[in-house]
Design a protein around this ligand. Structure first.
Ligand code: NAG
Ligand code: NAG
Ligand code: NAG
Length: 412
C-alpha cells in the first residue's frame, strides 16, 4: 500500500474535526465496549441492510472486503476492537483502533480492517496488519465517533506524528456488482454495536497477535460433522459434564432466548413441547444430556444419548421428562420434540455433533440430531434438529433444513 499516495488523496476528502474525546463507547445495552470482546456492528437505520461481513466485491473470489449484509436480519460477522494502546480494556471515542473480524474465510487474509485504493475508491479491506502503530500501518486504524445519538466509523489515524492524513467518514458505497462495500464516503454509515451473547476471550495485552494466529489455525482446520467422538465444551470452554443439567441457548443471543418447555399451566398442550423462548432475556430451562454408556464423566459428540428436562413434576400432565419425537420423518406436529419419552428408546435417542460452520470460531457450538437407530429400530440415519416456527412459537423439530446451532451454558 502506498502510504504517501493515500495521505495525499485523503487531503481532497471533506474535512471533519479530529478532536479527541475520552468518552467510552457503549453498546446497544449501554455497556462499555471492551477490547477483545466480540460485537456485531449494525446499521441504525432499519431497512438499510444488516450487519458487517466479508464479501467478494472485486469480481474475483479473493480478497474479501468489508461489506454490509443486504438483509437486515443478518447480523454479519462478529468482530473485536483493539485500541492503539492494547493495555486499555475499554474502547473510547476517537481512539485509534484495529477492527478485526472473528471469522474464517476461504481467502488467506488477516481479517484486520485496512483502507486500500481500488478503482479510484478508498475501500475498507480486511488485509490489514494488527498493532505496530506508525507510518507503515497507518491504513489500518479506524475510530468510532459519536454521530447524533449513535456512532459512525471514521478513518482519521493519529498513530504517526509525521503523517498528515485527513479524516474521512466510513460509509456504504455500492460496488460494480451491487455489493454494499464500506468505503470513505461523504455519507457516514450510522451504526450501533451489539455484544454477541458469549465471550470467551478476556482482554489480553497481545490480543491482536493471538487473534491473528487463531485465524491461521482456523483456516487450516475447518470443523466438520465428523463421526469421531469428542468431548463437548460449554460456552466458557469447560468440558460439559455427562448427566448434569445445562442451559441450551443460541450463539447469537439477539436472535431469541434459551430452550425451554412450553408452559402447560394455561394451555392444554400435554405433554409439553421443547421450544425456544422468543425473548433473548430468558435463558430457558435446564436439560440433562445422558450418554448411552456407563461411567462417562463428560458428554461426547457422535454418541447416542437421552435428554431429560428434569425430575417429573406433580400433576397429570408430567410423565417422563425425556425428550422424544414420535415420528421423525413426518410433518409437524409428529416431528416436534416433546417430553414423555424414555431413556435408550428409539424415539428418545439423540446425538450432539459439532456445528459445521460455527458462528464464532472461538465458541463451541453444536447441533442436535435424532438418531432412532442408535437406540433400537429405525431408519439408519440421523435427522437434523432445527427450529420450526408456527403461530410465533419456535419448536425444536426434526426433518428441518438448517440445523439449530446452540451452546451449552452451565447453571451458576
Ligand atoms: C459480487 O461478486 C462476487 C464475486 O464475483 C460475489 O461473490 C458476490 O456475491 C457478488 N455480490 C453481489 C451482491 O452480487
Ligand atoms: C405416562 O406414560 C406411560 C407410557 O407412555 C402411559 O402409559 C401413562 O398413561 C402415562 N401417564 C400419564 C399420567 O400420562
Ligand atoms: C444436516 O445439517 C448439515 C449441516 O447444515 C447438512 O450438511 C446436512 O445435509 C443436513 N442433513 C439433512 C439430512 O438434512
Amino acid at each position: 500500500m502506498n502510504t504517501l499516495f493515500l495521505v495525499l488523496f485523503l487531503t481532497t476528502i471533506s474535512l471533519s474535526l479530529c478532536q479527541e474525546s475520552p468518552d467510552p463507547v457503549r453498546d446497544i445495552d449501554g455497556n462499555l465496549l471492551r477490547s477483545g470482546t466480540e460485537y456485531y456492528i449494525l446499521s441504525v437505520v432499519r431497512g438499510m441492510g444488516g450487519g458487517l461481513t466479508l464479501g467478494a466485491t472485486r469480481g474475483e473470489l479473493c480478497p474479501l472486503d468489508v461489506v454490509q449484509e443486504n438483509q437486515e436480519v443478518d447480523n454479519g460477522l462478529p468482530l473485536t476492537f483493539t485500541p492503539v494502546n492494547p493495555k486499555k480494556g475499554v474502547i473510547r471515542e476517537s481512539t485509534d483502533l484495529n477492527i478485526i473480524f472473528q471469522a474464517q474465510s476461504i481467502c488467506v487474509q488477516s481479517n484486520v480492517w485496512g483502507l486500500v485504493k481500488y478503482k479510484g475508491h478508498l475501500i475498507v479491506s480486511a488485509l490489514g496488519m494488527p498493532g505496530n502503530p506508525g507510518q507503515e500501518t497507518i491504513n489500518n486504524w479506524f475510530k468510532i465517533r459519536k454521530y447524533d445519538d449513535d456512532y459512525k466509523l471514521v478513518y482519521c489515524p493519529t498513530v504517526c506524528s509525521l503523517c498528515r492524513p485527513v479524516c474521512g467518514d466510513i460509509g456504504v458505497k455500492i460496488a460494480e456488482n451491487g455489493s454494499r462495500r464500506l468505503a470513505i464516503s461523504d455519507v457516514p454509515f450510522k451504526v450501533i454495536s451489539i455484544k454477541t451473547s458469549y465471550n470467551m476471550m478476556k482482554p489480553t495485552v497481545q490480543i491482536s497477535y493471538v487473534l491473528f494466529l487463531a485465524f491461521i489455525i482456523t483456516t487450516q482446520s475447518i470443523p466438520s460433522t465428523s463421526a469421531s467422538e469428542e468431548v463437548v465444551y460449554d460456552v466458557t470452554g469447560k468440558k460439559v459434564l455427562n448427566n448434569v443439567p445445562y442451559y441450551l441457548g443460541p450463539v447469537i443471543w439477539a436472535k431469541g432466548g434459551g430452550i425451554k418447555l412450553t408452559d402447560t399451566k394455561n394451555t392444554k398442550v400435554c405433554p409439553p413441547y421443547v421450544v425456544q423462548d422468543p425473548a433473548e432475556v430468558n435463558i430457558g430451562g435446564q436439560f440433562r444430556f445422558t450418554l448411552s454408556a456407563y461411567n462417562q464423566k463428560y458428554l461426547l459428540t457422535s454418541y447416542g444419548l437421552g435428554i431429560d428436562s428434569g425430575s417429573p413434576k406433580k400433576g397429570s400432565c408430567y410423565n417422563s421428562t425425556y425428550w422424544r419425537i414420535p415420528d421423525t420423518e413426518a410433518k409437524a406436529p409428529s416431528n416436534l420434540i416433546r417430553t414423555g419419552g424414555a431413556f435408550e428408546t428409539a424415539v428418545s435417542c439423540f446425538q450432539v455433533v459439532d456445528y459445521p460452520k460455527p458462528t464464532s470460531p472461538k465458541v463451541h457450538s453444536y447441533m442436535l440430531q435424532h438418531c432412532p437407530s442408535f437406540c433400537g429400530a429405525g431408519p439408519r440415519t440421523c435427522f437434523n434438529v432445527s427450529l420450526y416456527e408456527e403461530k410465533g412459537v419456535r419448536y425444536l423439530a426434526s426433518s428441518g433444513t438448517t440445523p439449530f446451532e446452540f451452546v451449552f451454558q452451565k447453571p451458576k
